[in-house]
Design a binder for this molecule. Structure first.
Ligand SMILES: Nc1ncnc2c1ncn2[C@@H]1O[C@H](COP(=O)(O)OP(=O)(O)OP(=O)(O)O)[C@@H](O)[C@H]1O
Length: 269
């Protein structure tokens, strides 16, 4: 892949980022109450350093999505604190939370979540347009070129392949220069070639743009693109691998799956 253009080539240097882009402290999440209560998170503490790519893995039902949703302000912890930069999400009202999600967080979902009636270009600029912010066109050009989307900008999502649609979603997340990008199974609907492309883009975004990225994935190969993999089981962080390779991730997952038993059971807990 071509080298990404240096960040300063596109616009003035942004303010120095916080050393920790997001953090959770003793985060617990209980759904329901009494006999039917589900303890989805049981006291999770973790930092996401700026410019690092983290993958969250774990058996089905271990709390991955719940943790990501709490970190991204899409769900509220029952107790504990979540910060994006130095902003404590538990202190925010609905309006401030909406603005924080819009201004500081980028999302890449499994289902791409593009607006079908808008072109790729319009989808990419949508968050800035909604926020009433000018699009940094030089920066957008740099991102679009890097993602190989230059000749696809006037196409609607239905005229793009799945891999191209997910690259548009990555461009949309990157163009706003968020403090952090969250990916919920971002390669879940892609073939292995398109998955590799999207993961290389997220990898390059951290290496070349110092972008902080956090993804949830079931795929050891996808996780191997990350700087570290954090493993959840039964609502707790139980392991961490730095500089992971797919075989090492697979081995940890195999042990966790054996410990937890078939999805949805309490066997072995
Ligand atoms: N809205 C909800 N109401 C009740 N229980 C919920 C809710 N959302 C999640 N849960 C439960 O919380 C636990 C953790 O769910 P979560 O979706 O975070 O797991 P996950 O690790 O992302 O699973 P998967 O890999 O299957 O997507 C599960 O037992 C799930 O059934």
């Amino acid at each position: 892949m071509d080298t990404m253009p240096p960040r300063h080539a596109a616009s003035a240097e942004p303010a120095p980022p916080a050393a920790v882009a997001a953090s959770a402290r003793e985060v617990a999440k209980v759904y329901g109450s009494g006999d039917t209560a589900v303890h989805a998170l049981r006291g999770v503490s973790i930092d996401f350093p700026t410019g690092e790519f983290t993958a969250i893995m774990g058996p089905s039902g271990s709390g991955k999505s719940t943790l990501m949703h709490c970190l991204a302000g899409l769900d509220t912890p029952t107790s504990g604190t979540v910060r994006i930069g130095d902003i404590d999400l538990t202190d925010l009202g609905d309006k401030a939370m909406t603005e924080l999600r819009r201004d500081r967080i980028g999302f890449v979902f499994q289902s791409f979540n593009l607006v079908p009636t808008l072109t790729a270009r319009e989808n990419i600029t949508l968050p800035c347009d909604i926020a009433g912010r000018d699009v940094d066109t030089a920066w957008m050009d740099a991102v679009v070129t890097r993602l190989g989307l230059t000749d696809r900008l006037d196409h609607r999502p239905s005229e793009l392949s799945g891999g191209q649609q997910q690259r548009v979603a990555c461009a949309r997340a990157l163009v706003g220069r968020p403090a952090i990008i969250f990916g919920d199974e971002p390669t879940g609907n892609l073939d292995s070639r398109s998955s590799g492309e999207v993961l290389s883009i997220l990898r390059a975004a951290t290496d070349e743009f110092s972008q902080t990225v956090v993804i949830v994935t079931h795929d050891p190969r996808a996780a191997s693109y990350a700087d570290r993999v954090v493993f959840l089981a039964d609502g707790r962080i139980v392991n961490e691998l730095r500089h992971p390779d797919a075989d090492g991730v697979f081995e940890v997952m195999r042990h966790l799956d054996d410990a937890v038993g078939p999805a949805g059971t309490d066997e072995g807990r």
